[in-house]
Design a protein. Sequence first.
Length: 733
Amino acid sequence: MNPSTAQRSGGSHEMSCSLILRFMKKLLLLLPCGFLFAVSGWAQSNPSPSSITNFTSTGDQRIIIWTPFPAVKSYSILSSTNVDGPFTTNGGTITGFKFTETNSAPVNFYQFQVTTLTSNELLTANILNRLAYGPTPDELERILTGTNAIGPDAWIAEQLAPETISETVSSSHPNVNIISAKLAGATDMMVNNTSYAKMDDFRALHLLRAVGAKRQLLEVLLQFFENHFVTQYSKSFDYLDQFYDDDNRNRIAAQFEYLENDKWRTALLNPTGTFYDLLKISAESPAMIIYLDTVTSKGNGTAIANENYAREVMELFTMGVDNGYTQTDITAVSRSWTGWTLQIVPPTNALNPFAVRTTNLVGTGTNVSTISNLAGAWAFNFVSASHDTTKPKVLFTNAFIPARFGAPYTTTLYSTNTAPGKYQLTIPTTRGGGTNGIQDGYDVINYLANLPFTQEYISIKFCRLFVHDDFPNPSNDTNNPAYNFYNYAAGNLSPEAELVHQCMLAWENSNPKGQIRAVLSTIFNSDLFRSHGGSMQKVKTPLEYTVSAVRALRSSTNGIYFSNTDGYNLLSPINRMGSMSLFDRAAPDGYPEDAAYWISAGTLSDRIRFVQALCMITNQPNFSVTNKIDAGYLTTNSPVQLIAAKLPVASQTNAAAVVDYFLSIIFPGEGAGNLDLYRTAAINFLNDGTADSLANSTQFGGLAVSSIPTAGYDIRLRGMVALLLSYQRFHEQ
């Protein structure tokens, strides 16, 4: 079966296996196994079939043990006394990935079968774990299991056009509107206005949107670009310390982060929004101007331009590490950025980069030379006197697009060059001084935004975000294996390299170039994304883990959610799980996507600590004031209400039915076949009353349904959900 055909038609991924085991008292006959499934060997885009790792026949007992396969509904062992069949189910038992049978027949043949999730089931799990911050019970029903399910492709189409989605996040928690009202716009006067939001307010709003927004892909992208064009709140705070000694520093630094994010939101809501649009917002952002030190960079007189932004705009924000530029190019770019700084200006001139400093006074101040006395808005400002106009600025001197890119890149005429593939950029020297010098910076980012190096690097980062981590960095060194890995001209590419190439072509051929939706659509329609290559291949970051845990039980029948957060109470757990301080990353490379950075004994213990507290409520036995910082306080989480809304009354005290429901919403991409051990542990937990208010031996079926904190039903249900949320597969996406 061609996986892509099955996925697009909603067909099954069922695999029939002709593995036949013949057991005799002393003899085992093993025939070849033929899975009817296309198998590719790189990065588990289609993982290897299950294989038998152990088989024994001792007396009348037969045991078969096999390796698991992803996204399996069921494993089956059929038997027959005749190799030609028919094969039927037998009296053996399957526990996890082990089959055990007692059979006195001298000869028996066994057939091993695997039934996987359908393509729509797998794709639904993929999109809710990657295009969203995890599944919710209601979204699973809306996409897949409900009476009028729209299907995963329709949901993808919605998310790719967020402007068409009616956003209701403002009604998901009162804090959304409270915080939003405190966030100042670009033209608002910030100084001494204590009603404006501080940094934790904006962080809380960011998390509330991640949890409750209908436009989930938009929220995921905003976090991606915040992390890609990384800035640091605390550096802005420290910069402002020279002017203020009060909370103005916090409010102004928070406004810088908010405005940057809000402008990206507007750009991403534009159907034809491009990467250049986002890069320009970043370059003009006061947070970036401070973070990479252009705020004090000058090129006049004997001043030497600061190279921090010039280096990172190529190495981290556009072209990638050692990908098509040299130190000479960094120097030229740094001189193009001199004069880009900040100024406190009249609010009416906040969007004018040539505005002069305000002279409006606030409070009782009288000295206009003291900035803390001034009333105005902090904004991007260009100081022409600080701009370098002393010599030509030439980038990529006599450089040509490497041969590995192939057409159309090696045949394109770039800038004013007349040789195909030559990508030298010469900044005009006829502008002279004055305000015209600001255009140097815009010329640079406009050019960088669509070079093939940038197309490749950003496409790789998108693929790492939405598919899996194992997309290597490119190289233009022909002795480096990565050169041939991304040798588009040579062809014969791996699925990963081919996907990157298709993303680049979508970027190149969109009009205007670099449209974000064209690139994302290419990824979401790829076989790699729609199959196992895009399923459970990544580990959740602390932000993704905490938000997905809240969303796992997030359902509503009347606008009141069974699982919710105030936003603020997630900040401490996210920070503890690996020092992920939102909007405050010190290193310019952003927080990593790959698993190794986030997983250790310490971070895992903090994750488990978080979900335990998340599933507790005040007045529950063993709850203490210390749980407040672990998200148990001010967090709404009611598994009992969810069960009452989703299961028939008769099933609400059936331990197996309750566990099966939670397995289906917490692990929708796994399939029941691989969750047998989780299922057994969860059922045993529900039937164990030792943690009840008064320890007892009453089975779950004998308990009264109750959401009272001291009731055994509520205690056991909460504990069981915390157990499932702590298991390995929930840390993956």
